[in-house]
Design a protein. Structure first.
Length: 193
C-alpha cells in the first residue's frame, strides 16, 4: 500500500486541505493519505497553535467521511521540535508493509534544500507536489528529479491564517470549513481573541 503523508499544523484544517488531499488520492497512484498533525513546526511560532488534541480532533472530524484520508498523530509521540526526516524514519519502521511518500506544496519544494537531511528524504522517499502560487524558484536540483512528482491539482488559495483572522474579526467563514469542524470551532470558541 502506498501512503501519502500530508503534514501540517491544521490550525484549523479547512476545505482547501481536503480538496488537495482528496485530489491527490484520487488522481495519483497513492492508496491513502494520512493527515499528519504536527505539534510544532520549527519554522512557526508556537503561540498561535491550538493544543495538539484539539487540532487532531478537527482533522479527525474533517476526514471521518473520507475512506482514503486518515488523521495521524505520529508526531505527538516524537521529541520536539521534530523534523520530517525523523518522522519518515519512525513511521516506516512502525509500518514496514507500507510505502510512504511525502506530499507538499510547490512553495515547500522551493525551500526543500533548507530542510534537515533533505538528501536522505529524497534518497528514500518519493515526493508528490501540488501547485501553489508563491514567490521564488524551485532549486535546479529538484527540477526533473526522478523522485519528485508534480500532480496537476487545483490551486487553492485558502489559508488557516485567513480563517483564524476571519473568526477573530467576526466574519462568516463557515463555507471554508467542513460542517463538523466549524461546529467544533464554534462550540469551543476558538480563534475569537
Amino acid at each position: 500500500m502506498k501512503v501519502g503523508l500530508y503534514f501540517g499544523t491544521f490550525n484549523p484544517i479547512h476545505i482547501g486541505h481536503l480538496i488537495i488531499a482528496n485530489h491527490m488520492v484520487e488522481n495519483s497512484d497513492l492508496d491513502e493519505i494520512w493527515m499528519v498533525v504536527t505539534p510544532h513546526n520549527p519554522f512557526k511560532k508556537k503561540s498561535s497553535l491550538l493544543d495538539n488534541h484539539h487540532r487532531f480532533e478537527m482533522v479527525y472530524k474533517a476526514t471521518e467521511n473520507y475512506s482514503k484520508i486518515k488523521p495521524s498523530d505520529i508526531e505527538f509521540k516524537l521529541p520536539q521540535p521534530n523534523y520530517t526526516v525523523y518522522t519518515l524514519a519512525k513511521i516506516s519502521e512502525m509500518y514496514p508493509d507500507k510505502e510512504f511518500c511525502l506530499i507538499m506544496g510547490e512553495d515547500n519544494l522551493k525551500s526543500l534544500h533548507k530542510w534537515k537531511n533533505y538528501e536522505t528524504i529524497l534518497e528514500h522517499y518519493h515526493i508528490y507536489v501540488y501547485p501553489r502560487i508563491a514567490d521564488g524558484n524551485v532549486d535546479h536540483q529538484f527540477k526533473n528529479h526522478k523522485k519528485i512528482h508534480k500532480v496537476d491539482a487545483p490551486i487553492v488559495q485558502i489559508s488557516s491564517t485567513m480563517i483564524r483572522n476571519g473568526i477573530k474579526n467576526k466574519k462568516n467563514i463557515q463555507p471554508l470549513l467542513s460542517k463538523d469542524v466549524w461546529n467544533y470551532v464554534d462550540e469551543m470558541n476558538f480563534y475569537r481573541k
